[in-house]
Design a protein around this ligand. Structure first.
Ligand SMILES: [Zn+2]
Length: 52
């Protein structure tokens, strides 16, 4: 599967396209760059109309 989510870190401003696995990892571990813990609000779907 392609990268379906866009992660937009509210703390450091990092923006990256991620897949569901990485999304889950970021939710569990925090931002990959600044380690700030984030919620699902930091993600938007990259395409389509999927809701969480
Ligand atoms: Zn960050």
């Amino acid at each position: 599967m392609a990268h379906r989510f866009v992660f937009d870190c509210p703390s450091c401003g990092a923006e990256m396209h991620v897949d569901a696995d990485i999304r889950a990892e970021i939710l569990a571990e925090g931002c990959v760059l600044c380690r700030t813990s984030v919620t699902s609000d930091a993600f938007t779907t990259a395409s389509g109309v999927e809701t969480r």
